[in-house]
Design a protein around this ligand. Structure first.
Ligand SMILES: *[C@@H]1O[C@H](CO)[C@@H](O)[C@H](O)[C@H]1NC(C)=O
Ligand SMILES: *[C@@H]1O[C@H](CO)[C@@H](O)[C@H](O)[C@H]1NC(C)=O
Length: 432
């Protein structure tokens, strides 16, 4: 008979190897979202809503009296955010405001708190950004420490000591924490509870500590992804893929390469209703069946796709938006016949995160982070309102009457095509 000890050791080894297999080869993640990776002692940092679906009332694309205003990364730049809204003549009683995430951090601390106050008190629609995620994780951690016996006392003493160290010239909190871990033996179990690579008492921490319970709830409720079926639009912070780069884009496992089965109950509908149901199902399949899109870390961080098909947060490989547009341009409707085309309809993605690329307008992807926090611009895309009428009456190739604006070195019209046959208008303010 086996004694229980080797069995235990063996199962521990198997669990370790399995977890390495599942979690070990993904991108490094301190703003994490890999439940299970962090030891079970820690609270669950991976709480998120995966998806929010917006109805026409929440995204009034075809209402001439209402507008949808989608703002790029704000990062606590409150004054510039206010100027941008004033420039657009934002009317909270009729317009819908939407953020592509990263509403706080990096900018002035007081600005982060003001932006958070405005967003949370108006329950503004927004996806979660990677910086928002860090704030959520710190708040979860702080509440966890306070819930442990002696936790509140340790944390306030540590905070006091860090302030004192700063008065004596210390300026690197990570280095200071490393010293505490080494020398403050009496509290070593506390210092070890700080997850690796997290910066204690930094701005994310301070925002997390100061925000009210209501603001915390608002942040936790931010979904990773928004789907707007009637506008055939996705909103994410960093990125999304239209197909799994591991396989050719025409491979039958790709959502855009096959028409989803029509539900039994929908068989008797007319053709245009069938198409709209199938489009919705195909868009949902992009979110659920492209494996990279189901990894929260990717949605919050993705920038490029490397030659080994892996996702990176660095500016390396092919920008994901390039692949996305390439895929979407092959869509030729469900009756597609040509070999180079796919049986799909194109959908649009609106995102932020990529400040280094600036405003990045492509036919099927709209990147709105134009680097306000780096003293460049804060941008917004406006849909609906008067544009709702124009999209019905004017043809696509007409000349835009607005003067062209120069965006990050390129000349782009302030009016852009949006979705199947709509129009959008870009606004921006300078952030000097
Ligand atoms: C905020 O809006 C969402 C819909 O986007 C809704 O589900 C939620 O209940 C609202 N929260 C509050 C506090 O009003
Ligand atoms: C289509 O089928 C779904 C699922 O069976 C059903 O819930 C829905 O009401 C149907 N839609 C229409 C417009 O008939």
């Amino acid at each position: 008979m086996l004694s229980s000890r080797p069995v235990l050791t063996l199962s521990a080894l198997i669990i370790f190897l399995l977890s390495l297999f599942f979690f070990g080869f993904r991108p490094p993640s301190y703003y994490l979202t890999r439940p299970g990776v962090i030891s079970s002692e820690f609270p669950d940092f991976g709480r998120f809503r995966s998806l929010e679906t917006l109805h026409p009332e929440q995204f009034p694309l075809y209402d001439v009296d209402r507008r949808v205003i989608i703002v790029g990364d704000i990062h606590g730049m409150f004054e510039q955010f206010q100027r941008l809204l004033a420039k657009i003549s934002y009317n909270p009683s009729s317009d819908v405001l939407i953020s592509v995430g990263d509403i706080v951090a990096k900018g002035p601390h007081s600005g982060s708190m003001q932006v958070l106050d405005l967003m949370a008190s108006h329950n503004v629609t927004a996806v979660r950004g990677n910086h928002d995620q860090q704030v959520i994780e710190w708040r979860t951690w702080i509440e966890w420490v306070h819930s442990l016996p002696g936790g509140s006392r340790w944390l306030s003493t540590a905070n006091e000591r860090w302030r004192k160290a700063q008065r004596h010239g210390a300026d690197d909190v990570d280095k200071w924490v490393a010293e505490q871990v080494k020398h403050d033996r009496r509290h070593s179990q506390w210092w070890k509870r700080i997850p690796k690579k997290w910066t204690l008492f930094g701005d994310h921490y301070k925002i997390a500590e100061e925000m009210t319970d209501e603001q915390y709830v608002y942040m936790v409720q931010r979904p990773l992804r928004i789907h707007v079926p009637h506008a055939h639009t996705f909103i994410v912070h960093a990125g999304i893929l239209a197909s799994d780069p591991e396989y050719p884009s025409g491979h039958k496992r790709q959502p855009l390469a096959h028409i989803p089965p029509l539900p039994e109950d929908n068989q008797s509908l007319d053709k245009s209703d069938k198409i709209s149901i199938l489009r919705r199902l195909q868009e949902q399949a992009i979110l659920s069946d492209v494996p990279q899109n189901t990894v929260p870390w990717n949605t919050l961080n993705m920038r490029g796709i490397l030659s080994d098909h892996s996702v990176t947060r660095k500016q390396e490989g092919t920008p994901w938006a390039e692949l996305y547009n390439k895929n979407m341009k092959r869509c030729a409707g469900f009756d597609a016949k040509e070999k180079s085309s796919l049986p799909c309809y194109s959908s649009t993605v609106i995102y932020g995160h990529a400040a280094s690329r600036g405003l990045d307008i492509n036919r099927w992807s709209i990147g709105l982070d134009s680097g306000c926090v780096y003293k460049r611009h804060m941008s917004a895309l406006v849909l609906g309102g008067k544009l709702a009428q124009q999209s019905l009456t004017s043809d696509l190739e007409d000349r835009f009457d607005e003067e062209a604006i120069d965006i990050d070195g390129r000349i782009v019209s302030s009016k852009i095509q949006f979705g199947d046959s709509g129009r959008g208008k870009l606004y921006r303010v300078t952030c000097k």
